[in-house]
Ligand binder design. Sequence first.
Ligand SMILES: [Zn+2]
Ligand SMILES: [Zn+2]
Ligand SMILES: [Zn+2]
Length: 363
Amino acid sequence: MSSKQETLREIRINPIVPNQSVVIATARSLRPRKKEDPAPRDTRKHVDQCPFCTGNEDKTPPAIASYPDEKNWKIRIVENLYPVLDDDNNLPGFSLGLQQAISGYGRHEVIIDNDNHGIAIHEMDEPHLAKLFFAYQNRMQQLYSLDKRLRYVLVFKNFGPAAGASIAHTHSQIIAMPVTPEDVYNEVVHSRRYYQKNNQCIFCSLIDEALTFEATIYDRESGAIRRKINVGQYVVEKGKHFVAIKPFASRFEWEIQILPLTHQADFLDADTDKLSDLARVLRRTMARLESVIGGAQYNYFLHSLPHDPECLASHDSYHWHLEICPRTSIPSGFELGSGFFVNIISPEYAAEKLRAVKLDNDT
Ligand SMILES: [Zn+2]
Ligand SMILES: [Zn+2]
Ligand SMILES: [Zn+2]
């Protein structure tokens, strides 16, 4: 096992969405690079002035849902006080020349992940995390059935100021919107194309490939070995139902994706047994990240089949997943101007580092 990463400079094409490419340029890591301020994480359990802490329930809008109940809540869903989208005061859509707008109808809610103010995901116990995923699922389901105009319910988490979290208390967010976000739409469209050609889900193919330990590419003419690829090297963590994979074309240095091992398009179809395993795989994955980069500030978000008539037919070709994107650097002008992501750590090296972490308990 190498402890140093090899120098690598190549453009990798995202296998799911081919028009999204990543420049892997490891030599850049030798040069000084502007880093996010690694502001120390707020690890306090309770903060008197925090609107999300217990005892301050009157500082937030009334609870939409609480687990296990409003009085003893460990997870609490409330409306966002500063919504990106909401259902009143929305302007009707219009179209004028090249200016088009659709009504900004939607919902924006906050899920207070835990009653403990500064707890990190890897410190939460697995039954709690399973309950959190259940809370996501339940609220998504309610929102979809509440209003048929909603096409997508995005669940995401910003952790740490570098990831855009404005309140330190651990929380996730839900934005229900009348359009399918482009990133998800692109995944749906491209994976459907792959399915039409190969009669197989591309995510399932990627998982199969990741679980195969080694592959050798031979030269067709001479039969000589052209390239040996150790594909199993992308697996970071594996559970009964889920696998955490370091994407081959990772946009972010420590990006990881968690996918169900057997085909499933819609996160809403995951049963409680699955959610428990997801909790375990996520907790262990985050513990690995914590051990390698310490105090990770990150975004994670769920990509699931949109409830949009055009996408709903893609049950066989789309495969839901959780994307975890740790923020370790600020995008440069090259990235913003080109749409390329620059990643200075080779995904193979990152996966090796993450996998090498010894987790003390195996419960
Ligand atoms: Zn708090
Ligand atoms: Zn699949
Ligand atoms: Zn995705």
